[in-house]
Design a protein around this ligand. Structure first.
Ligand code: ASP
Length: 423
């Protein structure tokens, strides 16, 4: 019996956790230190790290060609530039509303649970604050959208610039008309070929996910988590409320699509997001699931997903708001309603500015902390558990993008899951 791709990935994830726990135990337990077990475990963890990073490299390798091919052919198939404007409007409305709801959930929860007040700074994991890197300013993000040199932008994987250029190219193809037909056909064909490669990479996902999970769990220090348990709980609870209640509700109402069915469709993407902690590395798989499993057209998916992976991060926005409030509470700083509204706004901006890579939120967190004069050292307090929370928030980021794609597709009059209906 051949297991479904998502079942294989789930099984690989569970196996990864078990193997990671075993390796962590043998590699880290004091009584085994310097023993043969510890050496073998350390060696295996290194190998797993290699396998996991090879998988991520494969995904990253295909991102830029995928965005260019799918977006150019997607826009070219729109027929006229006005439909692009309509699509853009709906997409941005969705991004903004869902991010604002996510931040609001985070702020309400953090005020109720008050994780920072339950935190004893004495127990704080001693992590040096590594916030040398300045967060990008709004101006620099805008500037980055228009590349000086498109080849350089592609080489730097500057997703927003590549999106901008691809939309421009697609729109030009539409307006040139007849003469540009061969170019449109070329990108369509390139897109089909790239998706084939994505399918091959996806077949390796169980191995990649297994290696990433085993490595992560094997090197995770449980002791650093204890003092931050309430912080973690608040973030995870907030993410869960957003992912399990808000987004499915929107999906049901606006896309008229069964949330249970949709999570089944998107399961491989959400699990990959969880284990890679990178929305952009997950993008090829998200694209494949949305188009092949849910039946969203390439014209909608190619527009909503790459943009969403870069700017629509509900999980990250929620996290940034909770983390800033946690730091304020831990330092005994009272923030009034007005200041919390400032956090709401800056957390949204910080999530838009965050790159779709692991731990990006910690860099843009500086924007939120500065806006209400909170101490930067606070980032050092939560650093130790960032990776694990990153996995949860990235899964929610990708789930949010996916729900948005289905909703926008439906609002554009598409009938979803055509393939499944004809099964
Ligand atoms: N890792 C997240 C993502 O790629 C960004 C972040 O929250 O740090 O979506």
């Amino acid at each position: 019996m051949k297991l479904k791709a998502s079942t294989q990935i789930l099984a690989a994830m569970v196996l990864g956790v078990v193997v990671g726990l075993l390796l962590g135990y043998f590699g880290g337990a004091a009584q085994y230190e310097e023993t043969a077990y510890a050496k073998i475990a350390g060696n295996l963890l290194e190998k797993l790290d290699f396998v996991g990073s090879m998988f991520i490299r494969l995904l990253k390798m295909i991102i830029i060609p995928l965005i260019v091919a799918s977006l150019v052919s997607g826009v070219a198939s729109l027929g006229d530039a006005r439909s692009l404007g309509r699509l853009g409007g709906k997409t941005f409305l969705y991004y903004m509303c869902t991010t604002a709801i996510a931040v609001a959930i985070g702020l309400v929860l953090v005020n109720v649970v008050k994780p920072g007040e339950r935190f004893d700074p004495e127990n704080a994991p001693k992590t040096a604050v590594a916030t040398e890197s300045e967060p990008p300013s709004i101006m620099s993000i805008l500037e980055d959208i228009v590349p000086e040199n498109i080849v350089d932008a592609m080489a730097r994987s500057s997703v927003l610039s590549v999106i901008f250029f691809s939309i421009l190219l697609g729109t030009a193809i539409i307006s040139v008309g007849e003469k540009a037909r061969p170019l449109a056909a070329f990108f369509e064909s390139l897109n089909a070929v790239i998706m084939k490669i994505v399918g091959w990479i996806m077949a390796l996902a169980p191995i990649g996910v297994f290696a990433l999970m085993a490595k992560m769990v094997g090197t995770l220090g449980l002791s650093v988590m204890k003092p931050l348990a309430f912080h973690m709980l608040t973030v995870i609870l907030g993410l869960a409320l957003h992912a399990v209640i808000v987004l499915p509700l929107l999906l049901k109402v606006f896309a008229r699509y069964s949330p249970v069915r949709f999570i089944k469709d998107m399961f491989s993407a959400v699990l990959t997001a969880f284990s890679t902690a990178s929305s952009s590395a997950t993008l090829p798989i998200t694209m494949e699931c949305v188009e092949k499993n849910a039946g969203v057209s390439n014209r909608v998916a190619s527009f909503v997903l790459p943009l969403g992976a870069t700017v629509n991060m509900d999980g990250t926005a929620l996290y940034e708001a909770v983390a800033a409030m946690f730091i304020a509470q831990a330092y005994g700083i009272d923030l009034n309603l007005g200041q919390q509204l400032v956090i709401m706004l800056t957390a949204t901006l910080a999530s838009i500015g965050a790159a779709a890579i692991p731990s990006a939120a910690l860099v843009t967190m500086v924007i939120v902390l500065r806006s209400v004069n909170l101490p930067m050292e606070g980032i050092g307090m939560i650093w130790a558990v960032d990776r694990i929370l990153d996995m949860f928030r990235t899964a929610v980021n990708v789930w949010g993008d996916s729900c948005g794609t289905a909703i926008v597709a439906r609002l554009e009059g598409e009938r979803l899951n055509k393939q499944a209906a004809t099964d």
